[in-house]
Write a protein of this length. Structure first.
Lengths: 155, 294
């Protein structure tokens, strides 16, 4: 089937989409957007997190057809021209990226948190990132980055 | 495979009648896992995201809440946290923010997993499932909805329209045991509700039997003891041995198995502890209500 949707502000369409296919597969394999990562395929790791009509979801658990006519934002849509989003910049500066596989999902969850709650407490950060797994960092550098991004956005 | 995407409730029922083998999908948090892992190849997916009626909840004329099957856990927490506290407590334990943004109470019921997080809370609240097809609408108590592991009374042409429940007259509690706080399928779970208006106790056991189930004998025992001791009126403290005895009787209502998440023996022990604690916490809240009202 064909699907039409808006991805990162641009109208896109994909053909030959299999009816049982995930939005994640369509983004990566049909629309050339490999930023969202495919790891667990069961909603546990959060590395495929995108915004569907502004709400963070695991794109591996959204059927591609369910995104028909909707707005999707992926990690590729975070930067503003050549400038990284403050969340991305903070992850770079604080060493919150090691292998990098989980990073796109963490960036999406962090930006959503700070959009809703500009000054989160540590427990609020942990709760907001509970659906994203990182096997490298031990999370401390990620927490540092979230605090730094919050501070930078408040400047 | 077909992808069917009705845009109204009437069209959804017509579509289900015409395609009884279509698998309904709402948030996708169960269905898409089965598709991604090749565990299931339905003839068609029936997407319910575009049916506006399902995304709404309302207060009916008789003061009850009608929760559309497509309302997400995130919205239950944000919009109904004070009105349906037991269900909201259960909703907060579901998966992660991403999962709660998509998963729905109707989907949880449709999947009919013995480990569904919302089920113990719905059982304890004496909630009902509104089921519809072109043939008409019927209302089934949640306690009679589940018929086996991942099986329910739903006929092939039927869809879940809503959950109907009464805002509680007394405190509610929900307990869930897992290996960590987030992203966990319950090892076992327990829902509890005090119904002081009808002098009854509501219970719901999760992940410790082939289906979610109430513990009616334990509930009747506790309600009877509270009545006999005049505690509903006096709001005196809940005797410790009564709470413990209640916990044991809840445990006796379960029929768990050993599996990867835990042993049957652990589940039974956990249930007796959760039931004792839930009853004690809820009773303490009931006593506090009286103090703050006085």
């Amino acid at each position: 089937m064909r699907i039409e949707l808006t991805v990162n502000g641009t109208r896109r369409e994909a053909d030959d989409v299999w009816e049982g296919e995930s939005l994640l597969y369509a983004l990566r394999e049909r629309l050339g957007l490999p930023g969202s990562k495919n790891a667990c395929e069961q909603g546990e790791c959060g590395s495929c997190t995108v915004y569907l009509d502004g709400t963070p979801v695991c794109s591996c658990l959204v059927a591609a057809g369910q995104a028909q006519g909707r707005e999707v934002t992926t990690v590729e849509g975070l930067r503003d021209g050549d400038d990284l989003d403050p969340v991305q910049q903070a992850f770079v500066e604080k060493g919150a990226v090691q292998c990098g596989f989980c990073t796109p999902g963490f960036l999406m969850s962090t930006k959503d948190l700070l959009d809703r709650n500009p000054t989160p407490s540590d427990p609020e950060i942990r709760e907001a990132l509970a659906g994203n797994l990182c096997r490298c960092t031990g999370y401390e550098k990620i927490l540092d980055a979230v605090r730094a991004a919050a501070a930078e956005r408040a400047r | 495979m077909d992808f069917l995407a009705p845009t109204s409730w009437a069209e959804a029922l017509e579509t289900k009648a015409a395609h009884p083998d279509a698998l309904p999908v709402a948030g996708g948090t169960d269905v898409m896992v089965e598709l991604n892992f090749d565990h299931r190849r339905p003839a068609a997916l029936l997407d319910l995201n575009r049916v506006p009626d399902l995304q709404e909840w309302s207060r009916t004329d008789d003061g009850r809440i009608r929760l559309g099957a497509g309302v997400t856990y995130s919205r239950v927490i944000a919009e109904l946290g004070g009105t349906l506290p037991g269900l909201a407590m259960a909703a907060r334990t579901v998966g992660s923010p991403q999962i709660r943004n998509r998963g729905t109470v109707g989907g949880n019921l449709g999947a009919a997993s013995p480990a569904g997080d919302s089920h113990p809370a719905l059982l304890a609240a004496f909630a009902e499932v509104e089921i519809a097809s072109l043939r008409g609408t019927r209302v089934v108590p949640v306690a009679e909805f589940f018929t086996g592991v991942k099986r329910s009374v739903l006929e092939p042409d039927e869809l879940i329209a809503a959950v109907r429940t009464t805002p509680p007259a007394g405190p509610q509690q929900f307990c869930k045991i897992g290996t960590r706080n987030a992203m966990v399928i319950a090892v076992s779970a327990f829902g509890f509700a005090l119904h002081p208006d009808r002098r009854e106790v509501g219970t719901g056991i999760g992940s410790a039997a082939p289906t979610p189930r109430p513990a009616p004998a334990a509930a009747a025992f506790l309600a009877g003891e509270l009545e006999a001791a005049g505690l509903w009126e006096s709001r005196g403290p809940l005797p410790e041995n009564l709470a413990t005895d209640f916990g044991r009787r809840v445990r006796d209502a379960a029929a768990p198995i050993d599996d990867v998440r835990g042993s049957a023996a652990y589940r039974l022990h956990a249930l007796s502890v959760m039931a004792r604690r839930a009853a004690t916490w809820a009773w303490d809240s009931y006593r506090d209500e009286n103090r703050s009202a006085a």
